[in-house]
Design a protein around this ligand. Structure first.
Ligand code: WTA
Length: 654
């Protein structure tokens, strides 16, 4: 990482003190915050142990807080036993069994409400259905579903019986699904006939059939939820309808009491190499950080209605939809479809109709909705909203200010939350009743999270505004435990860079003169497209899998709405096409990548060249490609470039 890469260009002086409506009323006020920080400083293990005893129900209390014997494969509360689903559902039955747990709205407009009691019964029935199919603790179950309550039911049921779920985002293709099923060695897939998205039906069962036809030997059964109502083929002996799987099952199911370190889920995410990593989380530690951050950062109170717009296919949909808010006893909103169906007011209409009080979404969605103008949200009553959040990528100050002014009516705090699939829960964020916010900064680490910024040698960067590597100095309960089936990759990716001294997040960051953290972006070859992580290598591998493609290099290009868009340089077999033929092939390749990985990975731009710019040692000059993609003046040293003539082709001018 060259220094000029991490020079920050963002300067922001506006500051917004915590809203009056929050000061003194929030779950965490300034005094409590100071206490928590002091306790965490003094004895981090005691700090987490106290919180774990206070906030989680333990079937068998733990004595060991942190087992460091195999560091950095840390183990938390490792002699304790609990059940995540019990902690999300059963604990609420006595006091708030009739409270609404989920308000669901489908894209076509159908609405369903499930109380905690209803949800508990559904989860138990489905757990019993899973058991009847022979699923036992430790089995891997892949969930490939639309954003409907049954997706949460499926996750919670796995947690209840100790099966390890791996949710695959419904926007991923059959090939991506197959790779994830095979890596996890799953026995069961839970899917639906189809889900509603963007006015169309996403054919999930059909993609599942395609995936299974091309491998996935370990899969024994497929459970299919009827959602879109299509006529779909069911394979005898393999496929079972959801309603048949639960038919006759009891609405009670004794939870499996599991060791705190028992894996709760795998979630595949992009890294800098082609193969997605199965990030593995453990029951006890994950649940603790998930619950605490819902209480602390979103300040969830008994009458709140919390809407996190993330799909359960991403980690945000795990921690702030399926687990954390339920552990906190909150009411959540789930919406199945796209934000622009039937029109660009859909999100705001949902906020109005279901009286949303806390709203959490991605900067890319804010930027997209901002484009439609202030009149769209102004047509809805958003007056109940009291807190706003963002996640997934840096938010530009302009979008932040719009969010605050138009959605937050100038008086809602905004929590810009930094975290990762790997961290399990929010790590660096404002606290709404404590922190003065600055547009674009995720402000400060939470109590107990020892974040720092270090230079190439691992020394703390203390100069204000100088960039460096974002690291976490001490283990925390919600951290990933390993990469499924590849602990070496876990060590290499997150720990080796600085001799295992701290967790390396893979982001660059700076601290301003007031000590505020500003995330500057990834330091590896990971793209952040519309808040979703994609490895450049994944897209490149998909491209070269096409028969006409010899070589491909993919870079990110700044994009107004998506943050980054995908720009691909492609070397073809045979003649370089021009004119209509080139346009046709561009379309074909875009469709190809979409099929290989999913529509989110479809390149926005593809440019053909006779070869790629390489150094004498054969390394693709990615920085040069980024510059060209942006359309900027080339300032890179191109003297080592083998074939200077291709620059014109890369620029698209020849
Ligand atoms: C980026 C999503 C700036 C970052 C929860 C991180 C952010 C990656 C923010 C993780 C934020 C996430 N400000 N950048 N508030 N939140 N990121 O695993 O690059 O899908 O490493 O987890 O998103 O993406 P992931």
């Amino acid at each position: 990482m060259a220094d000029q890469d991490i020079q920050s260009i963002l300067r922001e002086d506006r500051e917004f003190p915590p809203a009056d409506s929050f000061v003194g009323k929030a779950r965490i006020d300034a005094q409590r915050y100071q206490e928590l920080c002091a306790q965490a400083e003094k004895d981090p293990q005691e700090f987490w142990a106290n919180l774990a005893r206070e906030h989680l129900h333990w079937h068998k209390p733990f004595k060991v807080v942190l087992d460091e014997s195999d560091a950095p494969n840390y183990r938390w509360f490792s002699d304790g036993e609990l059940n995540v689903s019990y902690n999300c559902l059963d604990v609420h039955l006595a006091e708030r069994g009739d409270k609404t747990a989920i308000i669901f709205e489908g894209e076509p407009g159908d609405v369903r409400r499930l109380s905690y009691r209803d949800l508990h019964a559904e989860v138990c029935r489905f757990s019993n259905g899973l058991k009847a199919l022979g699923i036992v603790a430790g089995d891997r179950v892949v969930i490939y579903m639309p954003m409907v309550p049954e997706a949460v039911v499926a996750m919670q049921a796995c947690a209840r019986i100790g099966a390890i779920h791996s949710v695959v985002f419904g926007g991923f293709s059959a090939n991506s699904l197959r790779d994830r099923i095979e890596d996890a060695g799953a026995r069961l897939v839970i899917t639906a006939d189809g889900g509603h998205r963007g006015g169309k039906v996403v054919p999930l069962k059909q993609a599942t059939d395609e995936a299974l036809a091309s491998g996935c030997e370990t899969i024994e059964k497929v459970i299919v939820l009827r959602r879109s109502g299509e006529d779909i083929p069911m394979k005898d002996g393999r496929d079972i309808w959801w309603h048949q799987a639960i038919s006759g099952q009891s609405d009670r199911c004794e939870p499996a009491w599991l060791n705190a370190e028992h894996p709760l889920f795998l979630l595949y995410t992009s890294g800098s190499t082609g193969k997605p990593k199965g990030i593995q989380h453990a029951c006890g530690g994950y649940l603790l950080n998930a619950k605490l951050t819902n209480l602390w950062v979103f300040d969830l109170q008994d009458n709140d209605v919390f809407w996190c717009t993330a799909d359960v296919g991403w980690v945000t949909g795990h921690t702030y939809v399926a687990y954390g808010p339920l552990a906190a006893g909150a009411t959540i909103v789930m919406y199945e479809g796209a934000p622009t169906v039937p029109d660009s007011g859909r999100f705001w209409k949902i906020c109005q109709d279901h009286q949303v009080t806390v709203f959490y979404t991605a900067p890319t969605a804010i930027r997209a909705l901002m484009k439609f103008g202030d009149e769209v949200p102004a047509a809805y009553d958003l007056s109940r909203i009291r807190l706003l959040g963002t996640v997934g990528e840096p938010i530009n100050p302009e979008a932040w200010m719009w969010y605050r002014r138009v959605i937050g009516n100038e008086n809602c705090p905004i929590v810009d939350t930094w975290w990762q699939t790997e961290t399990g829960a929010i790590m660096i964020t404002p606290l709404p009743g404590v922190t003065a916010t600055k547009p674009g900064s995720c402000t400060h680490p939470l109590p107990g999270i020892f974040a720092d910024i270090v230079d190439q040698d691992g020394n703390t960067v203390s100069d204000p505004d100088k960039g460096g590597f974002l690291v976490i100095r001490k283990p925390w309960p919600g951290m990933l435990r390993t990469i499924w089936g590849d602990n070496q990759r876990y060590l290499d990716t997150y720990w080796e860079k600085f001799g295992r001294r701290f967790y390396v997040a893979g982001d660059s960051a700076r601290r301003d003169k007031d000590g505020y953290f500003w995330i500057m972006g990834r330091i590896d070859d990971v793209l952040n497209v519309a808040g979703h992580r994609l490895g450049t290598m994944e897209v490149e591998s998909a491209l070269v899998a096409h028969e006409r493609v010899v070589e491909a290099a993919v870079v990110g290009r700044p994009h107004d709405i998506k943050g980054e868009s995908i720009f691909a340089y492609v070397v073809l077999q045979g003649e370089r096409p021009v004119g209509d033929e080139a346009l046709k092939l561009v379309q074909e390749l875009r469709g190809w990548v979409s099929k290989e990985i999913g529509p989110i990975a479809r390149p926005d731009d593809i440019r053909f060249a006779d070869n790629l710019p390489k150094t004498r040692s054969g390394k693709i000059m990615r920085r040069l490609l980024r510059t060209i993609a942006k359309g900027d003046e080339i300032t890179e040293d191109i003297s080592t470039l083998e074939n200077q003539a291709i620059l014109e082709q890369l620029r698209g001018t020849s």
